[in-house]
Design a binder for this molecule. Structure first.
Ligand code: PMT
Length: 360
């Protein structure tokens, strides 16, 4: 416990509840060589800092070791996890986000805070994750962090596109971006350098990604094609519009008594264009289908000359668009694998593992 933590809860309470001794001092006079922090660092399988204040995050980012917690972390060689908790304004400060990114680049694992009412009365991001969520994360996370994508560059698309009809209306779809963002997070965790080209969504991008925001299919096309050849893997998880209005009206379309119609033209296919590039990355497409999933997925795999395609059902209550959960049927030219319904974050890890396996 740090000096600040002791001001909230006494070490005695922690000792009584956990049945374990509580360490607070850097130099432990009860230890033969007073080097308790080194012994603790050697002993631990994992270190979890919860709650991790903006202060301890800043100290760890800069290698400051002026108390037991910061010194222990500097001396440790085991995985370190940190679950931030702080006021929403502190969380959003550029310096805090830079420090968090620095910890992640050093291999420490972020257990993201939640949004909601804070102890200070404000509402926003920065609430400590629920203890059950922290435990789930630790249980599900491998002890040795798999850095199988280390050194590789991934380009991922996520979310919907918006095709403007007039200054106030657009054609779009139900994609929330959750699947694509989960893939970006899983790829980062596996050690990749990740660029995420995203349509308009209400999600916070994983810290550490190179985020490129776009609105229309044409903007997404340009953002992807200008970057694709400098990447090793391309994953098209975005729900890109297949059609866009031929003409965007410059004024709001007024209602009229008779029927109205809009003429649409095809958008350019980003995925198929990436697959045809001379120095192409490993190309993974998605297929969103309401019927004949396998037939359409295999047709897209072959016609678009992909390396792999992840097919999912859409238009159902479970999985697909908007939901937190999804299931995938993944096809490549010599095989297939079903990834059963689970949380999109877990599913993303499984798909990334499969891509690593097939790319070899
Ligand atoms: O965002 P969520 O709410 O989490 O939902 C996830 C998802 C359902 C959007 C995602 O899992 C998914 O299926 N994404 C692809 C949606 C889609 O557009 O599927 P499609 O079958 O219409 O397109 C096939 C592939 O071609 C996709 O990889 C798509 O990105 C790509 N495409 C399509 C049109 C186009 N002009 N350019 C493209 O690159």
């Amino acid at each position: 416990m740090t000096t600040s933590a002791i001001q909230f809860i006494s070490p005695l309470t922690f000792q009584a509840l956990s049945g374990n001794p509580v360490q607070t001092q850097l130099l432990d006079t009860e230890q033969e060589n007073a080097m308790g922090h080194i012994n603790l660092a050697r002993w631990a399988d994992k270190i979890i800092i919860a709650p991790a204040t903006a202060n301890i995050i800043a100290k760890l980012a800069h290698g400051i070791a002026d108390d037991l917690v910061s010194t222990l972390c500097l001396a440790a060689e085991c995985p370190i996890y940190f679950a931030p908790a702080m006021n929403q304004a502190m969380w959003h400060k550029t310096i805090t986000q830079t420090n968090i990114k620095s910890l992640q680049q050093q291999g420490m694992q972020l257990i993201s805070p939640e949004q909601g009412l804070q102890a200070c009365g404000e509402i926003g991001w920065g609430r400590l994750s629920e203890p059950a969520t922290i435990c789930d994360y630790l249980i599900n996370h491998q002890l040795t962090i798999d850095k199988s994508l280390s050194g590789l560059k991934l380009l991922i698309t996520a979310g919907p596109t918006r095709e403007p009809l007039d200054p106030v209306r657009y054609l779009s779809n139900r994609s929330s971006g959750k699947m694509g963002y989960a893939l970006a997070e899983a790829a980062l965790e596996a050690g990749a350098i990740v660029s995420l080209v995203t349509g308009p969504v209400n999600l916070i991008a994983p810290i550490g990604v190179n985020l490129i925001t776009v609105e229309t299919a044409a903007e997404m096309f340009d953002a992807v094609i200008s970057r694709a050849t400098s990447h090793d893997i391309y994953i098209g998880a975005a729900a890109v519009a297949d059609y866009t209005p031929i003409k965007k009206q410059t004024r709001k379309i007024k209602k009229q008594d008779q029927e109205n119609s809009v003429s649409l033209q095809r958008t350019k296919d980003i995925l198929a264009t990436v697959a045809l590039l001379p120095k192409r990355p490993f190309v993974v497409g998605f297929a969103a289908e309401t019927h004949d999933l396998e037939t359409y997925a295999l047709a897209k795999l072959n016609q678009k000359k992909l390396d792999m395609i992840a097919a999912n059902w859409v238009g159902h209550e479970q999985g697909g668009f908007e939901n937190d959960n999804n299931a995938l049927q993944v096809f490549w030219h010599t095989g297939q694998k079903k990834l059963p319904m689970t949380d999109k974050k877990q599913l993303a890890k499984q798909l990334i593992a499969l891509i690593v396996e097939r790319k070899k």
